[in-house]
Structure formats: structure tokens, C-alpha cells
Design a protein around this ligand. Sequence first.
Ligand code: ZN
Length: 332
Amino acid sequence: MGEKADLSCRRQNRGKKHTGTAGGRTEKRNIPELPETERKKKHTGTAGGRTEERNMPELPEVESIRRVLEPQLRGLAVRHVTAKRPEIIAHPGAEEFCGRLAGQTVDHMERRGKFLTLCLAGGDRVILHLRMTGRLLLTPADYPVEKHTHLIFQLDDGRELRFCDTRRFGRFWLLRAGEADTCSGMDRLGMEPEDARLSAEYLRSAFGKRKKAVKECLLDQSVIAGIGNIYSDEILFAAHICPTRPAGSLTEEEWERLAAEIPERLRFFTEKNAVTPEEYLKGRGQEYRNTPFLQVYGHAGSPCPVCGEILCRTVVGGRSSVFCPACQAELP
Ligand SMILES: [Zn+2]
């Protein structure tokens, strides 16, 4: 299916290079563009329908949450924890989770892949994964409690750390000091994109024999942690690699470009997400994203920001993917 979409893109773009326009009746009919309403929705940051994919936090969003919350949470003690939906606590039971946390102090906050960890002064750790629609808010006590608020940490400065999640896929784990993490899945994560050992050689040894599309490989959390659907498209665009290319077909130069663009792009988008605590709260923990800076994701049917060719949408491993058929040729 992906291949078909690529070919149709190619045909409709022929002879239209560098024009940057999408005029002409035939072209309009063939462009695999999303309906205008859908495209608009994608940029609003509201929950529901296809926009969920857009909202799903990846490394830049999770890191931004850590950066905005950590300085505020450091040194605060937990007075009381209320679990309105016990099923979001995966380990141990909700009662033990709430009881054990009362009285503990936050030392610092870490991120690994798309996981966040609240490291407590006594050595216990609260690990959480926001999954699809999870949001973490630090609010004044009298701040209205939103619908779908499932967990509330009352803190000793009067504020509350609240977890809201429409879909309820988000999960929390509490590990005692020294307890091995065999439950959250964080132990199975691959390298962090900022890891100095992430090289062309590392990527080739992990993916080089795979027939799978390179885009699917980038989503494999056991090799590189933190990349999802949005940033895999942005990384591949920056590296001039077509998302449908079998990983095994990449050249040495392409592995090099990929290894360079993975940390570069994620760093760029994390920086673009930077918000103040006030802005973060006002945006309800989600509407601070770097959407205006995305070059290809959500822009199918628009001109490529580099060459003007019309960007195409295809499906790779069941995930929507946008790429430029000129900048990201199907063959090296
Ligand atoms: Zn292009």
C-alpha cells in the first residue's frame, strides 16, 4: 500500500518540481491530502479522533514536562495521595502505592525514553508513562479538578500534582529503594538519542539486516528510546531518507546522516517546546507543543519546505507517514 502511494506521488509531481504550488485540477484530485477539516484539527492540539496521534507525547514532549515540573517539585513532600481510578497504578496495588508515598519527599525527576521517574529522597521511585492522552499538571489546591483526573498527589506547599488521562492508558509504578524494575518495561529500552554511543555503526548493526521499513525500525524502543510517529517522520525528512525504505538498503552515508539527525532533531523540538510553568498550566499540560516547527508531519499535500514538491502521505506499518518524494527518494 505504501509503495502504491509513493508511486502516485511521483507521477503527480513529475514536471512540477520547485514550483511549490498545488494548482491544476488533475493534481488536486490525485494529491493524497487529508481533508481540510482533519488537517486543521491536527494542529489544534485538542483531544479526540485522529488528533490523538498528534497529542501522543514523544521524547521532546516528555522531556519538556520534566524540565517544567522538576524545578517546582524538588524538595516538596507528599502529604496524601488519592487514586480515583486504581487501575492506572500498575505496581504495587493502589492502596500500597498511596500509603507508601505519604510523607516522602521528591528529590529529582528523570526521563528515560518516554518514561518519567520521580526519584524520592528515601530511594523509592515513582515511574510513569503518559501513553496516549496522559497529562501531568501541577496546580494550586483550589484549581478546578478537570474531568478524567485519576490520581492526585497533595503536596506540602499546598499544591497538587494531578494526573489526567481521557483514555486511561497511562500507568504508574512504585518501586521501593533498591527494588529492581521488572514491571514497567523501562529496563528493555534501548539507547537514549543523546547517548554518545549512538552512531551509524550502532544503527547499522541493529537495523542493517532488517527488511522492515526504516521508519518502523526507528519506532523500536528497544534500539532507540523515545521516538514515535511524529519525530520519526521529521528525522527521516532531515536525513533525506524515504520512510518506506527497507532498513537493509540504507547506504553508509545514510546511516551517518540518520545517526546525526536523531539527536539533532529531538534536541531542536525539545527546545521549541520550552514553556514557563504558567504557560504549561494554562495549556493544561498539553498545548505547548512545537507544532509550527514541524516540517512534514501533518503537512501532506502542502509544498515541501525545502524543494517545493508536494509532500505525500503514506502508511508504514499501520502508521501514517509524511515525506517529500523529491528530498526523500525511494532509492539511494
Ligand atoms: Zn523536498
